[in-house]
Write a new protein. Structure first.
Length: 245
């Protein structure tokens, strides 16, 4: 029987974290850079603990104005420090319940494709947080480097993002970056989970490993979509459970 983890980003001011929590198995909690603060981190950790949802740090750029979605020039050492700093902030709240780390927004995209950035971030994680699972874009250099260096990696796919032929996500600056039709999102997830491929905007099918599916929680219809996706996965014989390497 196939199974998949469902993850979503919490503590970002969407206002329905409590309603979304029972529908997911992993929570990526904003650490105060692109969103969130100590109060929201405490609240999100407590919500996740009550629902037995796995807790992860969600580090991004210090950028409240654009929600951490603008890329910037960053040195490898700086990228590693940025990630470590935010993991440590969430660890102060979550303690041993902290199970994974997933980068956010522009930082996620840059580290996913840039080998030097990926190597720096992975090196710091191996040195200081070797027990954390890394959620990384499926097929990316980051996923490959982390796995080769001994980290547990959950390869991540996206329900509501389109893909380029090289396996990268379509940049949000392009009009076709997001999938807004609910049926199309469900169809993409089922294709990835059942067949291990995703169709790019160019029409090619890309091999993909769907260990965990990202459900963005900042849209108005995210709760409705998450509910429907759970129903569709169950009907297809797919079990939803937290990732375990």
């Amino acid at each position: 029987m196939k199974h998949v983890d469902l993850n979503s980003d919490l503590g970002e001011g969407a206002g329905h974290d409590a309603a979304l929590m029972p529908l997911i198995t992993s929570a990526n909690i904003a650490c105060g850079a692109h969103a969130g603060n100590l109060e929201t981190m405490i609240e999100a950790v407590e919500l996740a603990a009550r629902q037995h949802v796995r807790i992860g740090a969600h580090p991004g750029y210090f950028d409240l104005q654009t929600f951490g979605r603008e890329e910037r020039a960053i040195a490898p050492r700086e990228a590693g420090n940025l990630v470590l700093m935010q993991i440590e902030q969430l660890y102060e709240v979550a303690g041993a319940r902290l199970r994974h780390v997933k980068l956010h927004g522009a930082l996620y995209n840059q580290v996913s494709r840039d080998v030097a950035l990926a190597d720096a971030v992975v090196g710091d994680l191996v040195r200081l947080w070797p027990d954390l699972i890394l959620f990384a874009l499926s097929g990316s250099p980051l996923a490959r480097i982390a796995s080769a260096r001994g980290l547990r990696v959950a390869e991540e796919v996206f329900a509501d993002r389109t893909y380029q032929a090289d396996g990268t996500l379509t940049p949000r600056s392009q009009p076709d970056a997001m999938i807004t039709d609910e049926a199309a999102m469900v169809a993409q997830v089922l294709m990835m989970v059942q067949r291990g491929v995703v169709r790019s905007v160019q029409g090619t099918e890309i091999p993909i490993t769907p260990d965990t599916v990202c459900l963005h929680g900042d849209s108005e219809r995210s709760l409705q979509f998450a509910t429907r996706l759970r129903q569709e996965l169950a009907a297809a014989g797919v079990t939803v459970k937290a990732f375990s390497a």
